[in-house]
Ligand binder design. Structure first.
Ligand code: C5P
Length: 241
């Protein structure tokens, strides 16, 4: 499994949010060693599948496949096996899929990586989507609000075999305090000081997120929207040094 980042650049994950694999591969080449991983999300994967992963992986930077899997254990195990075969370094699934689903994914990832002689993907659970507020959660039958639900699902996911969680910057400190130092925390919604927040509402700077306990930071538009993405990544890494 991927080791925890030991340099500021290794903490950075570039979200390659585009349906165009050539564009994504271009960003991956441009960012090269200035980030730790590149993230392929649903938009690109649904459009171009494994060939998009291969196109991006050619640049040599480990790939984070952000598919947020959520289905019955047997199906998620199969999807995890397929992802492990692609050689991705990180894979996401929904904690709300439950203990058996997460355990099945972990077992499938270990077996598939062992068979292929490949690195086992780090399994990251998504707790509560940051697009959901207290009222949205209540409408789905979850009382108590997002903060409580994030902790409950976070504990469940880690106990079931997830290696870490994807969480908002504002959830990092309570999750780190509850789950301890070994759990990987990956945090989107990051904006360098003075940057445009776009549609992200509750943002933190890279320094604040790392100080709160984040291991990896997911950055999309602050990198891909910059005139020189690699230079933008180096500036963010410098702010963390
Ligand atoms: O462009 P931006 O930096 O906002 O991109 C953030 C990336 O992280 C996107 O790929 C987005 O889908 C993802 N993400 C997020 N918030 C979450 C989970 C994932 O912004 N809670």
């Amino acid at each position: 499994m991927l080791a925890r980042p030991t340099t500021p650049a290794a903490r950075l994950i570039a979200a390659l949010d585009t349906p165009d694999p050539a564009r994504a591969a271009g960003w991956a080449r441009a960012l090269g060693r200035d980030v730790g991983l590149v993230k392929v999300g649903l938009e690109l994967f649904v459009a171009h599948g494994p060939s998009a992963v291969a196109a991006v992986a050619e640049a040599g930077t480990p790939v984070f496949l952000d598919l947020k899997l959520h289905d019955i254990p047997n199906t998620v195990a199969g999807a995890t096996r397929s992802a492990a075969t692609l050689g991705v370094a990180m894979l996401t699934l929904h904690a709300g899929g439950g203990e058996a689903m997460i355990a099945a994914a972990r077992e499938a990832a270990e077996k598939a990586a062992g068979t292929a002689g490949a690195m086992r993907p780090m399994l990251l659970a998504v707790t509560v989507l940051t697009s959901l507020g207290a009222a949205d959660l209540a409408a789905t039958g979850v009382a108590g609000g997002p903060a409580q639900q994030v902790l409950r699902l976070g504990q469940l996911a880690i106990a079931a075999g997830a290696d870490g969680l994807v969480c908002s910057a504002h959830e990092v400190a309570p999750l780190r305090a509850t789950l301890g130092p070994d759990v990987a925390l990956v945090v989107p919604g990051i904006r360098p000081a003075g940057a445009d927040a776009g549609d992200q509402k509750r943002v933190m700077t890279p320094e604040q997120a790392v100080a709160a306990g984040a291991d990896w930071l997911v950055l999309g538009r602050p990198l891909t929207g910059a005139p020189d993405p690699a230079e933008a990544a180096r500036a963010i890494a410098a702010s963390l040094a």
